[in-house]
Design a protein around this ligand. Structure first.
Ligand code: SF4
Ligand code: SF4
Length: 115
């Protein structure tokens, strides 16, 4: 299951550098698959659509830091627990019920991001 940031986020920025997949962005900043990953060329998103890894996508949130579920692996393959949740001072990094994934699916996502 991907992690999401709720609107209780106080924009402290502590989580962003901790993410091994560069899945966390400041509010209002566009995200791309290629940021902080080894992906080049065409990439298929969770919704089945395909885009170039360098394509800049609209921010998920303009007001608070956000996580793109296309890059969040719940830190599988890197850490024992989600690092954003571990460092967040207000505990607003929580499981995103819209993106229920098994450990195997999360590991597969990790392998796709870091070839
Ligand atoms: S759970 Fe891990 S991979 Fe997902 S956003 Fe948080 S730090 Fe990044
Ligand atoms: S650590 Fe928590 S409060 Fe700080 S920016 Fe990240 S989600 Fe927001």
């Amino acid at each position: 299951m991907a992690i999401k940031i709720t609107d209780e986020c106080i924009n402290c920025g502590a989580c962003e550098p901790e993410c091994p997949n560069n899945a966390i962005y400041e509010g209002g900043v566009e995200w791309a698959i290629a940021d902080g990953t080894s992906v080049k060329g065409a990439f298929t998103l969770l919704d089945g659509s395909s885009l170039d890894a360098n394509h800049k996508n609209a921010p998920v949130s303009n007001d608070t830091y956000y996580i793109t579920p296309n890059k969040c692996t719940e830190c599988q393959g890197f850490h024992e627990e989600p690092q954003c949740a571990a460092v967040c001072p207000v505990d607003c990094c929580v499981p995103d019920e819209l993106y229920v994934e098994t450990v195997e699916q999360l590991m597969s996502k990790k392998e796709k991001l870091h070839l």
